[in-house]
Design a protein around this ligand. Structure first.
Ligand code: COA
Length: 248
């Protein structure tokens, strides 16, 4: 069982790191693999009621690899910790299958309360070098965290979050909104920067809605005019592009 997991860890590294040349090289020279093996042992000791011994084993693992994983952390299958030095994974952190974590990453907490205080990474998340993910929220499946970002709130599945504090830069919803905005004749400028701010999102939606209503009223006026119906003048048209730039 332990050897099967080790074999799987080695295969994972060979699949994800073009620099890995042989299974022997991975087994001997990849601290991420060593840290996972030590963690499985420490985690088993912790679950069997030997918390101090578990911490001591985890401490030895940190000393050997530069990767600190609390024995209580839950780590899935085929996780790849690349380079590893300076990685800290807190007690209540959960890491799903197939995640990749680079050197200098912290999966930490911001409160001293007992209970869940570290993040949960769903399957396939990539956390770039030096990123700090702080708090008991979920980073959704397949999300990517930019190197050196500081993530303090949930990241939707499939999204990319970068910066300090991290903001979501690529979301399908944004792309759909951009396409719709382009059809309406303005650019949805700045919406991605404000995607994490509910007030900004609400204002962008209202502006979009009014712009779309204006467009439909214009179409109705044109149709009525073609039918010979006199239609009164309307006020200054809304400049949705300019308003969107003013928000956020
Ligand atoms: C976040 C990341 C996954 C984005 O990759 P991507 O989807 O190819 O995105 P792009 O490179 O096209 O960048 C998109 C935007 O985000 C910005 N950006 C990318 N990474 C960033 C970061 N870490 N911090 C701040 N901004 C970042 C880019 O400047 C760009 O901004 P712009 O649209 O205003 O020009 C990637 O940049 C990253 O950080 N990967 C981690 C890699 C790593 O840690 N490697 C360690 C190897 S040892």
């Amino acid at each position: 069982m332990a050897f099967e997991r080790l074999r799987e860890d080695i295969a994972t590294v060979r699949g994800k790191d073009p620099a890995a040349r042989s299974a022997l090289e991975v087994a001997l020279c990849y601290p991420g693999v060593h840290a996972l093996v030590v963690h499985r042992f420490a985690n088993a000791l912790s679950r069997r009621g030997f918390p101090v011994l578990a911490r001591w084993v985890s401490h030895l693992g940190r000393w050997l690899t530069g990767i600190e994983i609390h024995p209580g952390a839950t780590i899935g299958r085929r996780v790849f910790i690349d380079h590893g030095m300076g990685v800290v994974i807190g007690e209540t952190a959960q890491i799903g299958d197939d995640c990749t974590i680079y050197q200098g990453v912290t999966l930490g907490g911001t409160s001293l309360e007992q209970g869940k205080r570290h993040p949960t990474l769903e399957a396939g998340v990539v956390v770039g070098a030096g990123a700090k993910v702080l708090g008991p929220f979920v980073v959704g499946e397949g999300a990517r965290i930019g190197s050196n970002s500081v993530v303090v709130k949930a990241v939707p599945a499939g999204a990319t979050a970068v910066g300090v504090p991290a903001r979501v830069i690529v979301e399908e919803a944004d792309q759909r909104r951009e396409a719709r905005a382009a059809r309406m004749g303005f650019s949805a400028y700045a919406v991605t920067q404000g995607a994490n701010d509910p007030l900004s999102t609400a204002l962008h939606r209202l502006i979009d809605h009014v712009a779309e209503q204006d467009r439909q009223i214009e179409e109705l006026r044109a149709t009525l005019a073609r039918m010979g119906q006199a239609v009164g003048e309307v006020g200054e048209p809304l400049d949705a592009g300019q308003l969107n730039r003013m928000v956020d």
